[in-house]
Design a protein around this ligand. Sequence first.
Ligand code: HEC
Length: 206
Amino acid sequence: MGHVTNFSFLKSKRNKLLVLASALVLSFAFVACGPTGDEDPVVDNPCKDDATLCTPRATLVDTGEIIFQGNCTGCHGSDAHGYAGSTPPLANSDFFINNRHRTIRIVLGGYDAVPITVNGLNYEGSMPSWSTSLTNVEIAGVLTYLRTVKNDSTIVSCNALVLDDNGFAACTKVARSPAAMALDTVAVWEVKAVRDSLIAAHVITD
Ligand code: HEC
C-alpha cells in the first residue's frame, strides 16, 4: 500500500504541466471576461426568462434601420453624418464607437448635459430621452445598426483647425474589419440593465 500525500498528483511531470496549463487557461478566461473599461453591465444568463432579451443580431439590424429612419434622421441626417457644430455624427463617429455604454445611456435618458467632443468638434446641444417612445429591442436595434452598418471606420485623429466643406474637422479614418464589426451587437439585455439603473437613479421613470 503506497503512502499518498496531497501533492503526489504533482509528482509526475505530465501532471505538473497539466496544472500549469489549466492555470493559464483560467487566467485567460478571467481576462477575457473582465470589464471592458466602458462599464458594460454583467448579467447572468440574460435570456433565462425572456428570449427577446437575446434578440438575434440580424433582427436587431433590420429593426434598427427602421427606427433610425423614422426617428433620428431629422436631427442626425439621413446618412447619420450629423451637422457640424449642432448635431454630432453617429456614422464613423469616434465618440459613438468608443462609448458603447454611454451611448445606451444617452439614448435612454436623453443627453446628460456633459459636453461631448465628437470627431474633434464640441457639441453642447440637447437630445430628448427615448425611454418612453422606444422599446429595449428598438434601442438595441438602432444602436446595433449604427455600430455595425454606419461605423465601418475607426477615427484615428482629427484636426479641428482644418475643416472640410461641411464644417467637420479633418480626420484620419481606418477601415474596420468585418470581424471587429461583428462584435458590435448591443444586446437587448444590456439596454434593459441600463434602463433599470436609470429608473433606480430617478433619471427616467419607465
Ligand atoms: C431633436 C433632435 C435629435 C433627434 C431627433 C435625435 N438626436 Fe441624437 N443627439 C441630438 C443632439 C443635439 C445631440 C448632441 C448632444 C450634445 O450636444 O452633446 C445628440 C447626441 C446623440 C448621441 C451621442 C453622440 C454620439 O456621437 O454618439 C447619440 C448616440 C444619439 N444622439 C443617438 C440618437 C438616436 C439613436 C436617435 C434616434 C432614435 C437620435 N439620436 C435622435 C439631437 C437629436
